[in-house]
Design a protein around this ligand. Structure first.
Ligand SMILES: Cc1ncc(C[n+]2csc(CCOP(=O)(O)OP(=O)(O)O)c2C)c(N)n1
Ligand SMILES: [Mg+2]
Length: 412
């Protein structure tokens, strides 16, 4: 008898790696999907009927920049122009804020670079009173809901006018008036909270639906599966989105699932599941409007993989050149979401390069003016900041003795 464990023949254990690393040529599989591939489905369909939609890709904008196929939402030109304006505002806002971070004017920043269409098109497809449970990669929803840039900057600086009084990291917005729920640093917590709120809306008989997003990496956590399971059982009016931008900081998406894609993970939960081109404004608008109509009519949840590429760094603390080829986003088959909508508008004859440049110029001036105003309420180096006493306010209705004691201590 021996306790020694005998050596076995090689077992199929593997640790996936990213498809390309620094120094490699970026390589992405060629897209075989076209806007004509997938039929639109009745809003009361079941999960099995969405099988090809979970394994395919909903597209509307073709390679010739024209809108085609059954998923074409056929929205009016003014709405499309507004969508382009929101996306540009987000990109210019992000670029300015990143520069401010680099010059020490902000402690931290995260951009939505390459993913601008997602929160913007999807929020535009909803009603103003619907609930938004975002991750840090969907601040753009606030532009759609009408939040003032000065207010967003006040938060990022953490000055006296910060609506969360310095209690959150920069970019961890919350905005009650816009039904935009606080971003949480521990990733993924919003998924279950969103399902619970959607259940509450249904229980109260309100026509208020909920949308939530988390990333590919975050979908490897239990929270994602708990949320799907509750949505599967109770069928509340919710849109559950997994933004597959291929990376979780430096970890490639192939470490987050061993399956063929992210969308199809909703099928065994009995939830209709779709994969959509995340850089196609019209496709995102279309599937989200469809999912809202479905939820509003009482047919329950929809699960969506938003297929995209994180064009920039994870955050101001990250350097992607350490783990992936430089400028690889330029090879992404889905292109750039702003360029694609702009090219579509030009191809259809209701936009020009000159109008585009003028819009960029106007927004840039608005962003510069907003920062000037925000710093008049306090900058990072000199304040004024929210008073220290706000550490203790608005948390407890009745302040517990030990917190009261600490408050008095601070007062000394
Ligand atoms: C519970 C938890 N684990 C780890 C982290 C550290 N962290 C912050 S963002 C992130 C990556 C998330 O990637 P993904 O879900 O793909 O979202 P993306 O940043 O690509 O939008 C990690 C690991 C965290 N904030 N919370
Ligand atoms: Mg990711």
């Amino acid at each position: 008898m021996t306790d020694e464990v005998p050596l076995a023949a090689a077992k199929p254990f593997r640790v996936p790696t990213a498809p390309c690393r620094p120094g490699d040529e970026p390589s992405f599989p060629e897209w075989k999907w076209t806007p004509e591939d997938l039929p639109i489905l009745p809003i009361d369909c079941n999960s099995e009927e969405t099988h090809e939609h979970a394994y395919g890709l909903i597209r509307v904008l073709g390679n010739d920049d024209l809108a085609k196929g059954e998923w074409n939402p056929k929205i009016d030109q003014d709405t499309i122009k507004l969508g382009l304006e929101y996306m540009l505002r987000l990109r210019i806002f992000d670029d300015r804020m990143m520069k401010l971070q680099r010059t020490g004017k902000l402690s931290f920043y995260m951009r939505s670079f390459g993913e601008e269409a997602i929160a913007i098109a999807q929020t535009m497809a909803l009603e103003q009173h619907d609930w938004v449970f975002p991750s840090y990669r969907q601040p753009g929803a606030q532009f759609v809901r009408g939040r003032d840039m000065v207010s967003m900057m006040n938060h990022c600086i953490g000055n006296e006018m910060d609506n969360v009084k310095g209690r959150q990291m920069p970019v961890h917005y919350t905005w009650k008036e816009g039904h935009f729920i606080s971003i949480s640093s521990p990733v993924g917590t919003q998924f279950n909270q969103a399902v619970g709120v959607a259940m509450a809306s249904a229980y109260k008989g309100e026509d208020q639906i909920t949308i939530t997003w988390l990333g590919d990496g975050t979908s490897a956590q239990g929270d994602y599966h708990y949320g799907l399971n509750f949505a599967s059982v109770y069928k509340p009016p919710i849109i559950l989105c997994v933004v597959n931008n291929q990376f979780a900081i430096s970890t490639h998406a192939n470490l987050a699932t061993g399956g063929p894609n992210f969308a199809s993970r909703g099928l065994p939960y009995g939830i209709p599941s779709f994969r959509v081109d995340g850089n196609d404004f019209l496709a995102l608008y279309s599937i989200t409007k469809w999912a809202r109509d479905r939820a509003s009519a009482g047919h329950g949840p929809t699960h969506i993989e938003v297929y995209t590429y994180r064009a920039g760094a994870h955050s101001s603390s990250d350097d992607p050149s350490r783990y992936r080829p430089k400028n690889d986003h330029l090879s992404w088959p889905g292109g750039d979401p702003i360029d694609r909508l702009k090219n579509h508008m030009i191809a259809c004859g209701f936009w020009t390069e000159e109008e585009h440049e003028a819009l960029v110029e106007r927004i840039d001036q608005e962003v510069v003016a907003a920062y000037k105003e925000a710093t008049s309420y306090g900058d990072l180096a000199n304040g004024p900041y929210p008073p220290a006493s706000t550490i203790f306010t608005e948390v407890y209705e009745t302040v517990p003795w030990h917190v009261q004691e600490q408050r008095e201590e601070l007062g000394k």
